[in-house]
Design a protein around this ligand. Structure first.
Ligand SMILES: [Zn+2]
Length: 110
């Protein structure tokens, strides 16, 4: 028996919404950094650039996670959810509960 796909779908959609909301917020703060660059001093400009780099790294990580979520939602729609995309074995329920977008079983992921 595999992790309930309906439950997973809800978790995945909630997480996707959360990622979208976070992205909107960080895009706003990046815009602020750009505007402030001319008026702030050298040190705080370096801080701002560092913050911007961190925000960009976070955005990339979120973008990656979002792709995983979309793929998992597609597998739910196709009735393939819960099966490892590599070997086809059922993915452990506990693993899916921890990460509903997991695409590989523990053996293939390791
Ligand atoms: Zn596998």
């Amino acid at each position: 028996m595999t992790f309930n796909a309906e439950k997973a779908k809800k978790l995945l959609i909630d997480r996707r919404d959360e990622l979208d909301a976070l992205r909107t917020i960080s895009e706003d703060s990046q815009a602020t950094v750009d505007l402030d660059q001319q008026s702030v001093g050298r040190l705080s400009r370096m801080d701002a650039l560092q913050q911007q780099a961190m925000a960009q790294a976070q955005n990339r990580a979120r973008q990656k996670e979002r792709v995983m979520i979309e793929a998992a939602l597609t597998r739910i729609r196709d009735g393939e959810y819960g099966a490892c995309v590599s070997c086809g074995e059922d993915i452990d329920e506990k693993r899916l509960e921890l990460n509903p977008s997991a695409a590989f079983c523990i053996r293939c992921a390791g």
